[in-house]
Design a protein around this ligand. Structure first.
Ligand SMILES: Nc1ncnc2c1ncn2[C@@H]1O[C@H](COP(=O)(O)OP(=O)(O)O)[C@@H](O)[C@H]1O
Ligand SMILES: [Mg+2]
Length: 257
């Protein structure tokens, strides 16, 4: 469903030039949930931004559903591939009602039966129709992230790119939203690319994942390997230890890195 090969990108110029992605490659099957994990600044969001078309000065090959995508995307691409950001408060327009937020993509893509679709998607993310005419500030963090998921779903995409979708939420709410995302994926046979700095989230959500460090993929691992702790790279082992909570040993390990 998604095939990335030798993705490279640079930011800045001259001595400030930063090789932010170095030959990043991975393949994701339809219906699979694929994780991108790594420390802050390792390039995870940049990968998603290249795939989604938010960045367009990358080099390499991005193939979606068997078709090579160019730097410029058409409307059909944006219908197929949707992005959910970490901070739903920042990504929802503060002065637009949920209704307006959900209707906007439908209007751009010239959908009909708009009201019906809004009702349907709200119930799919377990928000009743009473939320329809509220504003983002009248919702909790978890409810706002459900709206962001609804907005991504409303165009019936095939791939959803999730950039730390639950990192800004309390742990209990985080679990609710992750469960919701899993249910929706199974129901709609969606393909996910999910970014997280938290290996515990990735091992719960994903079948496979790429471990990133300083712009490169340093290891590819399956969820089984993650659960058993069968990891080859020191860096991944450190992330694994950190995901089990911090103790003195974990902190010492990171100081050695
Ligand atoms: N738009 C941008 N302009 C300049 N540098 C950027 C931009 N986006 C990301 N970077 C740089 O690319 C690197 C990777 O960032 P990012 O993908 O956001 O990491 P992550 O999501 O893993 O925390 C960092 O060094 C960051 O400073
Ligand atoms: Mg990021």
């Amino acid at each position: 469903m998604l095939n990335i090969s030798n993705l490279n990108i640079y930011f800045g110029h001259g001595s400030e030039k930063n090789h932010a992605l170095k030959d990043v490659s991975f393949e994701i099957k339809k219906g699979e949930s694929f994780g991108l994990v790594g420390e802050s600044g390792s390039g995870k969001s940049t990968v998603l931004n290249c795939i989604s078309g938010l960045l367009n000065h990358w080099q390499g090959t991005i193939e979606v559903d068997g078709e090579v995508v160019s730097q410029k995307r058409d409307l059909a691409f944006y219908r197929k591939v949707q992005l959910v950001f970490q901070d739903p408060y920042g990504s929802l327009h503060p002065r637009h009602t949920i209704d307006r937020t959900l209707k906007e993509p439908l209007a751009i893509h010239k959908f009909t039966d708009i009201n019906h679709r809004v009702e349907k998607v709200l119930s799919e993310v377990d928000l009743g129709s009473q939320f329809r005419f509220r504003y983002p500030h009248q919702l909790s963090g978890g409810q706002r992230q459900r709206v962001a998921v609804a907005r991504a779903l409303i165009l019936e995409p095939e791939i959803i790119l999730l950039d730390e979708p639950t990192s800004a939420l309390d742990v209990s709410i985080q679990a609710e939203v992750l469960n919701l995302l899993q249910d929706i994926r199974k129901e709609r046979n969606l393909t996910y690319v999910m970014v997280s700095h938290d290996l515990a989230v990735i091992s719960y959500m994903c079948e496979n994942c790429a471990v990133m460090s300083q712009g490169s993929v340093v290891e590819m691992i399956s969820a089984e390997q993650l659960q058993s702790g069968d990891l080859s790279q020191n860096y991944t082992k450190q992330l694994f230890t950190a995901s089990k909570g911090y103790d003195r040993a974990a902190i010492d390990l990171f100081q050695d890195f």
